[in-house]
Design a protein around this ligand. Structure first.
Ligand SMILES: C[S@@+](CC[C@H](N)C(=O)[O-])C[C@H]1O[C@@H](n2cnc3c(N)ncnc32)[C@H](O)[C@@H]1O
Length: 248
């Protein structure tokens, strides 16, 4: 599952390949992201933030923040401070510039950081979010355990990730689009041959639904809920870090 890597002819590990792929596509990432998803990604992010807003998080960590779109959307949750981390320096650089232009530096801070070894103490954040990031982790279990560690007891994790549609017609149409159209458009605009071939392959090989919930549960999350979006093309998963006194 986690061994699907972007560059088949490279011996580098998944994390190194992912960082270099996102460094290479960073300048075109936003344009491609919104165009290839027909802008639907905005509504998915908004829905995810609406689902966590009720818990009134004050301090929020956005992991695999990339160019910061989910961190910016997370302002609507009412969070006072948002910290975004990502392994790609170029994605972070694009994100920082966006945040500077929006004059949001006081509320949103982006820095380089790895989901599998998060540079914050335990029990620190009220909420953690990851949009389209978990699929790229080299070690999914380790990443989710780290997210669990840095959350306060009672804190919530919100994951937004691509999933596999189940309806046969949607499945066929989505498969055709993601195998034949998306890689060609992605290659034309980004200039990276592998990135948009890796995307559908990594979605295909990644656990969704109850399989992903099993990973969250294995990392210690409880009360996990899933919300399938747009015929199951993407799914939001929300889980809670149990309060110490209700842990079994
Ligand atoms: C598809 S982008 C998503 C960016 C952003 N969250 C969004 O919604 O547009 C995936 C991001 O995950 C980051 N990433 C992958 N593995 C990571 C890890 N182990 N730790 C932190 N970031 C990681 C990549 O560098 C990339 O910026």
């Amino acid at each position: 599952m986690s061994e699907i890597k972007p560059y088949r002819d490279s011996d580098a590990g998944k994390k190194e390949q992912i960082a270099s792929m996102f460094n290479s596509i960073a300048p075109k990432y936003d344009l491609l992201n919104h165009t290839l998803s027909f802008g639907i990604d905005h509504s998915w992010r908004k829905k995810a933030i609406r689902l966590i807003a009720g818990r009134k998080p004050a301090l929020l960590l956005d992991v695999a923040t990339g160019t910061g779109d989910f961190a910016i959307a997370a302002l609507r949750s009412g969070a006072q401070k948002i910290i975004g981390i990502d392994i790609s320096t170029e994605m972070i650089a694009v994100g920082k510039e966006k945040i500077r232009k929006l004059e949001l530096q006081e509320r949103i801070e982006l820095k380089q950081g790895d989901s599998e070894s998060i540079d914050f103490p335990a029990d620190h954040f009220d909420c953690a979010t990851v949009a389209f990031g978990v699929r790229n982790f080299e070690n999914l279990g380790k990443g989710l355990s780290e997210l669990h560690r840095v959350l306060k007891p009672g804190g919530s994790l919100c994951v937004l990730e691509f999933s596999k549609p189940r309806n046969p017609v949607v499945k066929w149409a989505y498969g055709f689009y993601s195998r034949y159209i998306l890689p060609r458009l992605g290659r034309m605009v980004s200039g990276d041959k592998a990135a948009y071939t890796y995307l559908p392959e990594s979605v295909e090989g990644f656990p969704d639904g109850k399989d992903f919930i099993a990973f969250m549960s294995g990392a210690g999350f409880v009360e996990i809920k899933e919300y399938r979006l747009t015929f199951g093309v993407a799914t939001i998963y929300i889980g809670i870090k149990a309060n110490a006194d209700v842990k079994s």
